[in-house]
Design a protein. Structure first.
Length: 666
C-alpha cells in the first residue's frame, strides 16, 4: 500500500527534471558535447531523455558526483557498498561489474574487480552522461552484460569560454571548479579543475545512537577529491578530428563504521576501522576520426590508465595504530592499456556498417605492507560488427555481433605461512559471443516504437577468480562468462506539443550467473557459474511543459528480480519501485526554482533477508542570476531530515544545504 500511495501522491505533485523549460544555458550545454567521445547506435540517441543526463540538469540540482547524477534517470538506482564506502548504481538490476563505465568511450573501471566508486568522479567537467540499457552498442567492447555508462567530456565552441563555481556545503564542506576552453580555427583546447572537500556528513536527528556511532556528525565520513582534465584537438575537416586527453584524479576518504543491529552481520561484533588515504587515477588517451571519403572513415581510441589505491585497517576508532591481527595496510598499483579501431562504411546503399577490433590488457599488483607484491595480468580481445540498415523512411533495423576472448597471462598466489609466492594453475582462455538486433519504427512524426533482443556476456573479474576474500573463500580460476538474454519494447510519443511520454518494458534471463556458493569446504565459499535469474520491469517518463516558464516531469521504475536457482537467497541493493519527480518554475527570467522528490521502496541488504525501509525525500533548489556573468545557487536536500539507508547499518546523510556562486561568460 505504501508504494501505491507514494506513486499516487507523486504524480500530481512533481515530475522528472529531464525536460525543463528551454533556456540559452541548455542550448549552450548541448553544443559543448565532445561528440568524438560518444558511442551511439543511432543519431537520435542523444535526444533520448530516458538515457541521457546533461550538464545543465546536473548543475540545476547540484549533482556533484556521477552516482547522484545517474540517479535522475529511470531504470537507474543509486546503490552503495557500505562496508567500503563506495557509491554505485544499478541499471535495471545489473551492477557495475555488468555495466562498465567509460570516459569518452574509454574504459575506466578498476581492473581487479570491475567496479568503480562513482562518488570519486565529479561532474563539473562533463557535458553529458549516456546510459545504454541492455541493448548497448557492441562497439563499446566486452563485458556489457546489462548495458554501459559513458561519461562525455566537453568541447569548446567559441574563442573563449569559461565557467566555474565556489561553494559551501553544510558549513564544513567546500567545493570549487573552473573550466576553460578555446576554439581557434581548426584547433581547440579544453581544461578543467575541480575540488570537493567534506569534513564529515551530518546524520539525521532521528538516528538512535549505537555502540560505534553517537549521531550528529558521522564519524570517519570525510572525503576529499580533486580532478584535473585537459584535452587538445584538431579538426582539419568537417568530418575528421584528432584529440589527445589527460585526466588526473586524486581522492581520499574515510569509511564510516557499521551502525546497524543485524545480529547475523559480522560487522556488528567485528567492526571495520578503515580509511582510504589514496584513491588516485590517471588516464591518457588519444581519439581520432579520419574521414577517407564521403562513404568511409576510421575511428581509433588508444589509452593508458593507472590506478593506485591504499587501504588502512586500524585497531580501533582512534585510527592511529595497526597492531592487531585484523589491522593491515593494503596497496594496489594497477594499470590498463589498450585501444580499438573502428571502420565505418556506407558503400552499401541504406546501410551504415561498422567493423571494430578492441584490445585491452589489465595488470593488477597488490600486497599488504611487509609482504611481496603479487601480479595478475589479463588481456581481452573483441571483434565486432554493427550495421544500421534503413529499410525505409520509417523502419530501421540494427543488428550486431561480436566475438570476445579473454586470456590470463599471470596470476600469483601468496602463502603467508611460508612467505613464498607461487603461480596459480594455468587457466584456459575464455571466449564468448554477443549478438543483438533492434528494430525501430516511426509510426508518425510524433510516435516511435522499438523492439530489441540482445545476448550479452561478462567475463569473471580477477577478484571473482582469485580472491580468498580475507580467508573466507576458495579461488576458482576456471570461471566461465555469465550470459544475459535481454528483451525490450519501447515507445515514445508527443501529445498536444506539450507532453512527451516515453516507456520501456524489459525482461532479462541470466544463465551461468557468477554467484558465491557457501560451504564448498567447511566454512568457505567459492564463486561458481551456478545461478539462473530473471529480471523484468517497466520504465515510464512523462514531461509536461505546462507553461513557457513551468514544467512538470515524472519518471517511474518497477523492477522484479527472481533467483530461479535458489529463491531463498535474495538479490540485494535494488528496490522494486522508484519514483522521481521535479517541478521547475521560472517566475522571472533570472530566477529558477526547483522542487524535487524521490521515493524508493524497501530493498534487501543481505542475501538472507535483512531489509532497509522505504523512504521519500524532498529537495528544494533555487538559482538567481545576480550579474551578467554571475549566478547564486542554493538548496536544501532531505528537507524533512529523513533517517534512511541504502545499505543496512550505513545511514545516509540527513538534512543538508549548499550555497554556490557560479561564474561564466555565456
Amino acid at each position: 500500500m505504501k508504494v501505491k500511495f507514494a506513486v499516487f501522491m507523486l504524480f500530481p505533485l512533481l515530475g522528472f527534471s529531464q525536460q525543463t523549460p528551454t533556456s540559452a544555458n541548455d542550448s549552450l550545454k548541448a553544443s559543448n558535447v565532445f561528440m568524438l567521445g560518444e558511442v551511439i547506435v543511432t543519431h537520435h540517441q542523444n535526444k533520448d531523455t530516458l538515457n541521457r543526463v546533461t550538464s545543465a540538469k546536473m548543475e540545476s540540482q547540484n549533482r556533484v558526483d556521477v552516482s547522484r547524477a545517474l540517479n535522475m534517470l529511470p531504470g537507474v538506482t543509486l546503490t552503495a557498498s557500505g562496508p567500503r564506502n563506495e557509491s554505485m548504481v544499478s541499471i535495471r538490476g545489473f551492477d557495475l561489474r555488468q555495466v562498465p563505465v567509460y570516459m569518452d568511450g574509454i574504459p575506466v573501471y578498476v581492473p581487479y574487480d570491475g567496479y568503480i566508486d562513482l562518488a570519486r568522479f565529479t561532474t563539473s567537467d562533463l557535458a553529458a552522461i549516456d546510459v545504454s540499457k541492455g541493448f548497448s552498442s557492441v562497439l563499446y567492447g566486452p563485458n556489457s552484460l546489462g548495458g554501459a555508462i559513458n561519461l562525455i567530456s566537453r568541447k569548446p565552441s567559441k574563442k573563449l569560454e569559461y565557467d566555474g563555481t565556489l561553494g559551501a556545503i553544510n558549513g564544513n564542506g567546500y567545493r570549487g571548479n573552473i573550466n576553460i576552453g578555446s576554439k581557434l580555427g581548426d584547433f581547440y583546447v579544453q581544461g578543467g579543475y575541480s575540488y570537493l572537500d567534506r569534513k564529515s556528513t551530518r546524520m539525521s536527528s532521528d538516528f538512535i545512537p549505537v555502540k560505534n556511532e553517537d549521531g550528529g556528525q558521522r564519524d570517519n565520513s570525510y572525503r576529499n577529491d580533486q580532478k584535473i582534465s585537459f584535452k587538445v584537438g584538431w579538426t582539419p575537416s568537417k568530418k575528421s578530428e584528432y584529440a589527445i586527453g589527460y585526466i588526473n584524479q586524486q581522492g581520499e576518504k574515510g569509511n564510516p563504521v557499521y551502525a546497524g543491529n543485524d545480529a547475523k552481520n559480522s560487522l556488528l561484533a567485528n567492526p571495520r576501522f578503515w580509511q582510504w588515504p589514496v584513491w588516485n587515477k590517471e588516464s591518457y588517451y588519444f581519439i581520432s576520426n579520419s574521414n577517407l571519403d564521403d562513404q568511409n572513415s576510421f575511428k581509433t581510441r588508444i589509452y593508458y590508465d593507472n590506478f593506485k589505491n591504499t587501504l588502512n585497517s586500524f585497531d580501533d576508532n582512534t585510527y592511529s595504530t595497526r597492531t592487531k591481527g585484523y589491522a593491515f595496510q593494503s596497496l594496489y598499483d594497477d594499470y590498463t592499456y589498450g585501444g580499438n579501431v573502428e571502420y565505418n562504411t556506407q558503400l552499401i546503399p541504406k546501410n551504415d556498417l561498422k567493423i571494430a577490433v578492441h584490445f585491452k590488457e589489465d595488470v593488477h599488483r597488490e600486497h599488504n605492507l611487509g609482504e611481496p607484491v603479487r601480479h595478475f595480468n589479463d588481456n581481452t580481445i573483441l571483434f565486432g560488427i554493427e550495421d544500421i540498415f534503413k529499410i525505409s523512411d520509417k523502419l530501421t533495423v540494427i543488428p550486431g555481433v561480436s566475438y570476445n576472448i579473454r586470456k590470463n597471462l599471470q596470476a600469483e598466489d601468496y602463502n603467508s605461512t611460508t612467505k613464498l609466492i607461487s603461480d596459480y594453475p594455468a587457466a584456459g582462455a575464455s571466449d564468448a559471443y554477443n549478438m543483438q538486433i533492434g528494430a525501430f519504427y516511426q509510426l508518425n512524426t510524433l510516435q516511435k516504437l522499438g523492439a530489441t533482443v540482445s545476448q550479452k556476456t561478462r567475463f569473471a573479474t580477477i577478484k571473482d577468480r582469485y580472491s580468498y576474500r580475507m580467508g573466507t573463500a576458495i579461488p576458482n580460476p576456471d570461471l566461465k562468462p555469465e550470459t544475459a538474454l535481454n528483451y525490450e519494447v519501447n515507445y515514445t510519443a508527443q501529445f498536444f506539443e506539450k507532453v512527451t511520454f516515453q516507456t520501456a518494458l524489459f525482461y532479462s534471463s541470466l544463465t551461468d550467473a557468477i554467484l558465491s556458493v557457501s560451504n564448498v569446504q567447511p566454512g568457505k565459499a567459492q564463486m561458481q557459474n551456478f545461478g539462473k535469474a530473471e529480471y523484468r520491469g517497466v520504465e515510464a517518463q512523462v514531461n509536461y511543459s505546462i507553461l513557457e516558464n513551468l514544467s512538470f516531469n515524472v519518471n517511474y521504475t518497477y523492477l522484479e528480480r527472481k533467483n530461479v536457482t535458489n529463491p531463498s537467497i535474495y538479490f540485494t541493493d535494488v528496490p522494486n519501485t522508484k519514483v522521481m519527480g521535479t517541478l521547475e518554475y521560472a517566475p522571472v527570467s533570472i530566477v529558477k526554482l526547483i522542487a524535487n522528490t524521490e521515493f524508493n521502496s524497501s530493498r534487501f541488504s543481505t542475501s538472507y533477508g535483512t531489509r532497509v525501509a522505504d523512504y521519500t525525500l524532498l529537495n528544494l533548489y533555487a538559482s538567481a542570476k545576480i550579474l551578467k556573468n554571475f549566478s547564486l545557487d542554493a538548496g536544501i536536500s532531505n528537507i524533512f531530515d529523513r533517517n534512511y539507508s541504502l545499505v543496512e547499518g550505513f545511514p545516509e546523510e540527513g538534512r543538508n544545504f549548499f550555497v554556490t556562486l557560479r561564474f561564466f561568460n555565456r
